[in-house]
Design a binder for this molecule. Structure first.
Ligand code: CA
Ligand code: CA
Length: 298
């Protein structure tokens, strides 16, 4: 199996980035990822060569031979194997609590037994997600800390093993990359980080042609989501809701009124994150709704 080592990292999604590797549609590929601190932060708070650190590095990009602009890249997340430890670091300059803390406290957590042992009263199962995952924009260079139409730093805690992500193909080969694993992260990522770690992600990539997917989109645990990012949560909420409404209009015989009423009754609008340069929201519907219309996702 092709494996892209974490020596091949980038801090941006760009059509100009040379591929780290190439594959064919349908191939299964492993990505070894660094943590969001570029593997330089230690549990005692020290940082190796901070002047060299990449922020939120992503491994790749992977060039998929059959991918052409206008296609959709289907990414089935097969499994995620984590490093044995993870880190969190408080921020004095960003996040919802920055003015309440006076220094950048670091905590290290053991991840070896499937649980996050927060303290002597609180233990939580690990629920690993991928923070940064995206394709190259058509012309722009977007830093890996910023989410957008290409995916990127969406920090959606539904992007987990077993889920399927659909990303736009904007350039030939798609130039797909990922990083920023979280062993656990709540909706919002309110402090500034999840439980940050590295690991190995195994995915199967497939090029989909001719399906009106509201990218970035996600199928996870019986739900289907449209994920959108914008300057404000209001704008992101509107974009995600409209993307789902447009999709429903295209794949069902319901008109705009019925689609709007349906989303008002059964839409599940949730915040992914509020701490990145663009804010991210997802609109979800039950897969059962698509099943009722015979809509089979590619
Ligand atoms: Ca992130
Ligand atoms: Ca992160």
């Amino acid at each position: 199996m092709l494996k892209i080592r974490k020596a091949f990292v980038t801090d941006n999604h760009s059509p100009k980035n040379p591929p780290a590797a190439s594959c064919h549609s349908g191939d299964t590929v492993q990505f070894e990822t660094r943590d969001c601190y570029d593997d330089r932060l230690h549990g005692d708070g020290t940082v190796d060569h901070p002047e060299l650190a990449l922020e939120n590095p992503a491994t790749g990009p992977l060039y998929i031979e059959e991918a052409e602009p206008g296609d959709v890249l289907k990414v089935k997340i097969e499994r995620i194997d984590l490093n044995p430890t993870g880190l969190m670091r408080a921020s004095t300059s960003a996040g919802a609590f920055n003015d309440l803390v006076s220094y950048r406290k670091v905590r290290q957590f053991d991840l070896t037994d499937g649980y996050v042992h927060f303290n002597d009263k609180l233990t939580f199962p690990i629920d690993t997600m991928i923070g940064v995952i995206g394709t190259a924009p058509r012309t722009d260079t977007v830093m890996t800390h910023t989410p957008g139409a290409h995916g990127g730093n969406m920090d959606c805690n539904k992007i987990v093993a077993g889920s399927t992500l659909y990303l736009p193909v904007n350039v030939k080969g798609a130039l797909f990359s990922m990083g920023d694993l979280h062993a656990l992260m709540g909706d919002g990522e309110v402090m500034i980080c999840g439980l940050e770690t590295g690991g190995v992600v195994t995915v199967t990539v497939e090029v989909v042609k001719g399906f009106p997917m509201p990218t970035p989109a996600l199928s996870c645990r019986g739900k289907f989501y449209s994920i959108q990012s914008a300057n404000t949560l209001d704008q992101a909420s509107r974009k995600a809701s409209r993307a789902m409404l447009g999709f429903l209009q295209q794949v069902t015989d319901m008109d705009v009124y019925d689609c709007a009423m349906l989303l008002s009754l059964k839409g599940d609008l949730s915040v992914c994150q509020i701490v990145d340069p663009q804010l991210t929201v997802r609109m979800g519907i039950d897969q059962d709704i698509l099943d009722a219309y015979g809509v089979v996702l590619p």
